[in-house]
Design a protein around this ligand. Structure first.
Ligand code: ZN
Length: 246
């Protein structure tokens, strides 16, 4: 590491020769008591690679002869590497640095900085696709074609490239994934809240008697009464009209 600044700055540096006594806010005392003047050093970008400096210094946008301390939120003038290292050991800076680190530790409890992996992104896309098809009554058999079209539509997408979602997997993901999770959630709600059941019997195309069960309850998050579909039961006997299930 060298404290020398860029050569391109040398002319300007000569213009910025200062008397030590005439400056204020210096990071440290005079580097050498015998010298009466010295060259001001501009911010050196190499410092941002220095392990002892990179965490807390930044350049000043207006004055290149100033170093900003991010920890104490203050400006330092008359800087060079050794003066910065001396400043780093001051009581004020050490204390602020410790406080800042504690704050950062607390923050990590609330934020997850890790971006989702490709595998997670693909899984999310597959779930969204199946949920979309179910919500809009699109037959799962269409998944075979839809996924192929999407791969052609988004050739630059890694997620589209790895989506594998044909009709068999679609119905599996819906029945054993999304629907099972939903059913468990609704069951838990019913265990802890007052609710009513709405049932409707009908006959499907294979002449099977089916009974749709819908749960009505008060959703505390939405602050309103909601109806959610719970299950379809296959019936062995036909229910009497106006029969009440208790
Ligand atoms: Zn500081």
């Amino acid at each position: 590491m060298s404290d020398a600044s860029n050569n391109s700055d040398s002319d300007e540096q000569k213009d910025r020769v200062n008397k030590r006594s005439s400056t204020s806010g210096s990071a440290t005392g005079p580097p050498n008591k015998t010298s009466k003047s010295w060259y001001q050093q501009p911010f050196n970008n190499n410092w941002l690679q220095e392990p002892e400096l990179k965490d807390w210094i930044e350049a000043d946008s207006k004055d290149k002869y100033i170093v900003r301390c991010k920890v104490c939120d203050c400006s330092l003038s008359n800087i060079n590497k050794s003066s910065l290292l001396t400043y780093k050991m001051t009581q004020k800076h050490v204390k602020n640095f410790e406080l800042k680190q504690q704050m950062t530790n607390i923050k990590t409890f609330f934020t997850t900085t890790k971006p989702p992996s490709l595998r997670e992104q693909v899984a999310k896309a597959e779930l969204l696709l199946v949920a979309f098809m179910a919500e809009h009554n699109i037959p799962f058999s269409q998944a075979d074609h839809l996924v192929e079209v999407m791969k052609k539509m988004f050739p630059d997408s890694n997620v589209a490239k790895y989506i594998q979602m044909k009709r068999t997997k679609s119905s599996y993901v819906m029945q054993d994934g999304i629907a099972r999770e939903e059913k468990e959630d609704i069951t838990k709600i019913c265990q802890n809240n007052k609710f009513s059941l709405i049932i409707d019997e009908s006959t499907d195309i294979s002449i099977t008697q089916i009974l749709a069960v819908v749960v009505r309850y008060y959703d505390e998050k939405k602050c309103q009464v909601v109806d959610v579909f719970l299950i379809v039961l296959r019936l062995k006997i036909q229910l009497q009209k106006d029969c009440i299930i208790r």
